[in-house]
Write a protein that binds this ligand. Structure first.
Ligand code: SAM
Length: 281
């Protein structure tokens, strides 16, 4: 079928869930999004989809998957851990011949970039229990992707997009924004899901920067922010002592106020500290 062919007549998602007995499993973070208006809105947020290899994590019964295909994704590779969903998804693959590849497995164990050539985009309604570890894994190889469009609990989305002096500003804000422009796109209310989670969800789009905001090694930035935010109410001259070495000299050389607290520092200032922290021999 060409991209211009009429949309195939697909059964409603509720029927798919019933027919394939896809009762939601909490351990797999399963909250299914059945409203095609919302799934198509997520797909449009990630647009354009025509000239890129789309990778979806956790397609479940396939609501977002069909939205991606209907919104013109040239090809979708979907990684799913729950074998029950794969039979349901096989029908969807038949309805869109040659445009959907299913991969059974744990996304934490798979490097998505090894599955398809670039350019690539990851688009997913992530299982909340593994959303942050998955994001950190992809950020570690962010040059492999054109963008990531992902749904998180709103509280996590706020941490990802927070600016200095926001109460949500922390390690996650710094590592994400050091590498990417982070945009909180829109919220999705709990009642849009089956079953309804307790919290509001937010779709976040990450667009990799051509270069990180300021130079430093990622592991040094992570060590620095871990020390600073590990004691976020303390002044830096105290909280950075856990890094070892001469803390006062480190802070002076980085040009940072020793009485400032972690939440007041910009990402550039954290990078300046990270470039100077001591390394064990
Ligand atoms: N995309 C579907 C939707 O929007 O309705 C389902 C989203 S649901 C929040 C998360 C999905 O991720 C589930 O289908 C679940 O089985 C799958 N999943 C959970 N852990 C996974 C993992 N480690 N690797 C791959 N898929 C996983």
């Amino acid at each position: 079928m060409s991209l211009n062919a009429p949309a195939p007549d697909l059964p409603p998602l509720r029927e798919i869930i019933q027919r394939f007995d896809l009762g939601a499993r909490k351990a797999l973070g399963q909250n299914f999004l059945l409203d095609l208006n919302l799934t198509r809105r997520i797909a449009r947020e990630a647009a354009p989809l025509e000239d890129t290899n789309v990778i979806e994590i956790g397609p479940g019964p396939g609501g977002l998957t069909r939205a991606l295909l209907l919104e013109g994704a040239h090809h979708v590779t979907a990684i799913e851990r729950d074998t029950r969903c794969l039979a349901a998804l096989a029908e969807l693959a038949q309805a869109f011949p040659g445009r959907l590849t299913l991969v059974e497995g744990d996304a934490l164990e798979i490097d998505p970039a090894s599955l398809v050539p670039g350019p690539r985009k990851i688009i997913a309604n992530l299982p909340y229990n593994v959303a942050t570890p998955l994001l950190l894994k992809w950020l570690g190889k962010i040059a492999d992707y054109e963008s990531l469009t992902l749904m998180f609990q709103k509280e996590v989305a706020q941490r990802l997009a927070a600016k200095p002096r926001d109460s949500a500003y922390g390690r996650l804000s710094i590592i994400a924004q050091w590498l990417c422009e982070v945009k909180m796109a829109f919220d999705i209310p709990p009642q849009a899901f089956v079953p309804a989670p307790k919290v509001i969800s937010t779709v976040v789009r990450f667009t990799p920067r051509t270069a990180p905001i300021a130079p430093c090694r990622q592991e040094d930035l992570e060590r620095t922010t871990a020390a600073a935010f590990g004691q976020r109410r303390k002044m830096l001259r105290q909280s950075l002592k856990s890094l070892g070495g001469d803390t006062a000299a480190l802070i002076a050389e980085a040009g940072v106020d020793p009485t400032a607290r972690a939440e007041e520092l910009s990402i550039e200032q954290f990078c300046a500290l990270a470039r100077l922290i001591p390394h064990s021999a």
